[in-house]
Ligand binder design. Structure first.
Ligand code: ADP
Ligand code: MG
Length: 463
């Protein structure tokens, strides 16, 4: 990348893409997305923050930013952050205090260190209910209205992209608004794990948690614990044990506990007594959406933008028997982006078919193919598949991961969002970033070309 003043936006965009892989998604926007690049030159990236709180919140995650900037630039980058209050009125829509700010105030006053921050875009109002999810939604609403009372713990299970995180965050947003004195912590099991690891092995992670006292304060001195993707700690015996004690402490003082998981409690590899605890409360699952629900979701997504849409478009898209709401959102976003870029006056069936060609077809074949690519890449670079799809950031794993994404993009007709899903549910921008990176390397490093040729040959032989 050439360092000039004009490249600041592009450079920051690349850093954000790389950050998106590393930062837990609910935190990503609130922590990093509100910074404005001011300049990028002489190895220094200068950013402006709309206010001091945002700056402090950002600085807590600065290590990841440095790491990402270094990855993008290929050398160490120093990062400066200034507060520029004019940004608020000019670039960010003026608002009354947001949920984030309310939590922020709480955090400042209290001793808690923020974990994942709630994203105010997830509410009950914009969670569309159908047969497949209305039970989960109404229990979640009950929990939000009466935390710690009737349904405790609440265990929400279901496949990827079906709205578990949405519901969990909606509970958090509702409680922080209606009961501002209640302390709510939203976290992922992965963050819980990382925090616990840094207690056991100080210095091993970038977590701010330094000792068991801080750890207990963070997770036990709360009124509501919202923990996303508990399956992450299955089989991790010590962390599960910690979670069990956290659970007991909270439960005994009638704090509300809500957990999500990609499968039912009984199907997770954890101690029997933990499963029993989960079953003391309510288990609610979210299932893949029916035609009617898909239709309603598609309609509401299109209603958020201004270009008129023909009814056949809703029918056409709803007819695709996709497994997840995330996939539906991906398709609708692509159509909207295309319509905006090409200045369409109306979104019609023809345009929809054209833009989504290849997005839905032959999903089974793709699964086989992606699996082949992944396993060939694993063999070639001697990494294991969990690492390839996981979140480790060592170069010895990141590079094969990028190569595998690149090959998937080249050898299948899967879209970026779908590739992201096949690679541990990553965002499409992450995939784009990986593909771009490999394309650049191909231009400058003959060894990369050679590896890609060898791999392509091996993959084709398997099909
Ligand atoms: P999960 O955590 O189960 O993998 P998410 O909660 O992240 O899934 O949902 C994926 C995307 O789909 C999110 O953008 C979410 O807002 C959206 N979504 C899921 N279910 C619904 C729904 N019933 N109504 C509106 N949006 C939904
Ligand atoms: Mg989720």
């Amino acid at each position: 990348m050439i360092e000039t003043e004009v490249d600041k936006d592009e450079f920051w965009a690349l850093v954000l893409e790389s950050l998106e892989v590393k930062a837990p998604s609910p935190q990503f926007n609130s922590r990093y997305g509100r910074m404005i690049p001011v300049s990028y030159k002489d190895g220094t990236l200068k950013l402006a923050s709309p206010n001091q709180f945002q700056r402090d919140w950002f600085m807590k995650g600065i290590d990841l930013v440095r790491q990402s900037a270094q990855e993008v630039a290929g050398k160490e980058i120093s990062i400066q952050v200034v507060v520029d209050e004019s940004i608020i009125t000019e670039q960010i829509e003026p608002k009354s205090p947001t949920v984030n700010e309310i939590i922020a105030e709480d955090i400042k006053e209290e001793h808690a260190i923020p974990r994942g921050i709630l994203d105010e875009k997830y509410t009950f109002d914009n969670f569309i209910a159908g047969d497949s999810n209305s039970f989960a939604r109404s229990i979640a609403m009950n929990v939000a209205e009466h935390p710690g009372q009737r349904y405790n713990p609440l265990f929400i299970s279901g496949g990827s992209g079906l709205g578990k995180t949405h519901l969990l965050q909606a509970i958090g947003n509702y409680i922080t608004q209606v009961y501002p004195h209640k302390k709510v912590i939203y976290t992922t099991a992965e963050e819980f794990f990382n925090d616990f690891m840094s207690v056991i092995n100080p210095g091993s992670s970038s977590s701010e948690i330094k000792d068991i006292g801080q750890f207990h304060k963070m997770y036990r001195e709360v009124d509501v614990l919202l923990m996303d993707d508990i399956q992450f700690i299955e089989g991790k015996i010590a962390t599960m044990e910690q979670f069990f004690h956290t659970f007991e402490t909270l439960y005994n003082k009638k704090a509300q506990i809500v957990v999500t998981s990609d499968r039912a409690a009984a199907e997770i590899n954890m101690a029997e007594r933990m499963i029993t605890r989960f079953q003391m409360g309510v288990e609610a699952d979210v299932l893949p959406p029916s035609y009617e629900l898909r239709y309603a979701i598609i309609k509401s997504l299109f209603e958020k933008q201004s270009i008129p849409v023909r009814k056949e478009v809703f029918e056409y898209l709803a007819d695709k028997n996709v497994r997840s709401v995330r996939e539906i959102e991906g398709a609708v976003n692509i159509i909207i982006a295309f319509a905006e870029l090409s200045h369409q006056s109306i979104i019609d069936l023809e345009m929809t078919q054209k833009t989504t060609a290849g997005l839905f077809k032959n999903q089974m074949n793709h699964i086989v193919k992606v699996a082949t690519i992944q396993s060939e890449v694993c063999k070639f670079f001697k990494v294991n598949k969990n690492d390839l799809l996981g979140s480790k950031r060592q170069q010895s794993i990141v590079y094969p991961r990028h190569i595998a994404m690149y090959l998937t993009q080249e050898l299948t007709d899967l879209s970026y969002p779908l590739i992201g899903r096949e690679f541990g549910d990553r965002d499409h921008t992450t995939v784009m970033h990986a593909v771009e990176k490999i394309k650049k390397m191909i231009k400058s490093d003959p060894q990369v070309i050679q590896q890609i040729e060898m791999l392509t040959e091996q993959i084709k032989r398997q099909q």
